[in-house]
Design a protein around this ligand. Sequence first.
Ligand code: ZN
Length: 287
Amino acid sequence: MRDLSKDHRWFSLNTATVRRQGSLIEIVDACARHGVRAIDPWRDQVAAVGLKAAVKAVRDAGLELSGYCRGGMFPCDAGHRTDARDDNRRAVDEAVALGASCLILVVGGLPQYSRPGSAASKDLSAAQEQVADAIAELLDYARGARMPLAIEPLHPMYAADRACVNTMRHALDLCDRIDPARSGMLGIALDLYHTWWDHELYRQIGRCGRERMLAFHVCDWLVPTTDMLNDRGMMGDGVVDIPRARAAVEELGYSGYVEVELFSQRWWSLPMDEVISTCIERVKTVV
Ligand code: ZN
């Protein structure tokens, strides 16, 4: 297991963590001030400043991208299928332009929430089948662009509206089905906020293997959690045994970035520099 206590070279900032404090350009500038080497930006943040300006800012700062958030939201009715497909292809193209290591996939839930305007459905199984088909289709495109796709299993409280793939087992079953050859082009983004509770977590990390462990996201689970979306904890403030999980991930041979991703009203209310300093300090001491 790597020693992260000496410096923060393996820290990556998911830019949602400070999305309320500034634009992507301002976040990139702050990263330069703090010696941060990598970020994972969101599509809306890139769109707000324009792809060209985002690419230039990232390049000028010498930043790597530990991922690009996000593609997915696949389930939809027939009338929205072309839109969903084209939107995901654009996400792949943007990830390529930005030099991301992978495109994170938040796969979507029921059609009416994944692609608003779609006819309402309660058929979660059908949504899950659509996800499998759509990832297979997108993977063909992503292979051509040489952009790996990382399925991020989300906590089951988001099954209806954000992701109907909720466990590592389900995500890895999809990888087995869609990419049995383990080409390295389809894998997992393991986010501990979503997966820490799973009694199979360690078994499934072992099953994942190095070639499918594409991204590693950390924050903490607060008790009590007061908001389903925007009350993630800073590492060390909750109950997740982060070092144990990191050890298991690195046991596979994973040597990539440890990405901090918080959606938190509390941390959004603090100055950007203070939040980044705290992330770095916690990565060094409790991750
Ligand atoms: Zn994540």
